[in-house]
Design a protein around this ligand. Structure first.
Ligand code: B16
Ligand code: MG
Length: 214
């Protein structure tokens, strides 16, 4: 097999928490009278909470103090977590579940590489708390995607060099991060059009075929 491990992004790949990020930021933006839409939201994929806020505030008609920014980010996180605590194992899409089971059977190692500081909560909610061989997330990195740090750390946790791992991403920034770290990447959704993507895919169901090719 060409790869020994898969490093999955979380939001938008394993589950649809990207929708909840959007709804939580939308609440904050609407209250502050700041224009925010789905295309601005696409720029937030894979970037940290504070960087996301910085992108949203580009449309604000006044400047915000550091203290105000800290408070807005905290409020967004509270709103986001209210969605997360309502998630159940039923929020793990069937297609993703099948792929994970297939790879487990084939003894391919699996890790998470997510910028989110809520990764552990999400995995617990969808019943994957003890499923992955390694979890690298927003709590163990200092630079978010497109910096490759989160994937480099995931590979180190698996004791594998980047060339033995493939990263699965839904964001252009994530594909860029994989490329900069020396990883092959599978891009789904908008990430399928990222300039550095190795394997563009329509949906995650096509992942086993890529891994099992000679
Ligand atoms: P949190 P991923 C990223 O997760 C999201 O795509 C991004 O929109 C979010 O700002 C970031 O996590 C931080 O999330 O506020 O929960 O720490 O796509 O890398 O799994
Ligand atoms: Mg993502």
């Amino acid at each position: 097999m060409k790869y020994k491990a898969v490093i999955f992004d979380l939001d938008g790949v394993i589950c649809y928490t990207d929708r909840y990020h959007y709804l939580a930021w939308k609440q904050i933006a609407d209250r502050e009278g700041i224009y925010f839409d789905e295309s601005i939201n696409d720029r937030l994929r894979g970037v940290s909470r504070m960087q996301s806020l910085g992108i949203i505030l580009e449309k604000a008609d006044r400047t915000y103090s550091e203290e105000e920014k800290r408070r807005l980010a905290e409020e967004k996180n509270q709103a986001y977590r209210e969605f997360l605590v309502q998630m159940t194992p039923g929020d793990l899409p069937e297609e993703v579940k099948k792929v994970l089971q297939t790879l487990k059977k084939a003894k391919i190692q699996m890790a998470i590489g997510s910028s989110s500081r809520n990764t552990k909560l999400i995995l617990k909610q969808i019943g994957l708390e003890n499923f992955f061989d390694a979890v690298s997330d927003g709590t163990n990195i200092t630079h978010s995607k497109p910096d490759p740090e989160v994937f480099v750390k995931a590979a180190a946790m698996l004791n594998l060099p980047p060339k033995d791992c493939v990263v699965v991403e839904d964001a252009g920034t994530g594909v860029e991060a994989a490329y900069l770290g020396g990883f092959a990447s599978v891009g789904i959704g908008e990430a399928a059009r990222a300039p550095k993507v190795t394997y563009p895919l329509r949906s995650i169901g096509g992942l086993p075929a890529i891994l099992f090719q000679e």
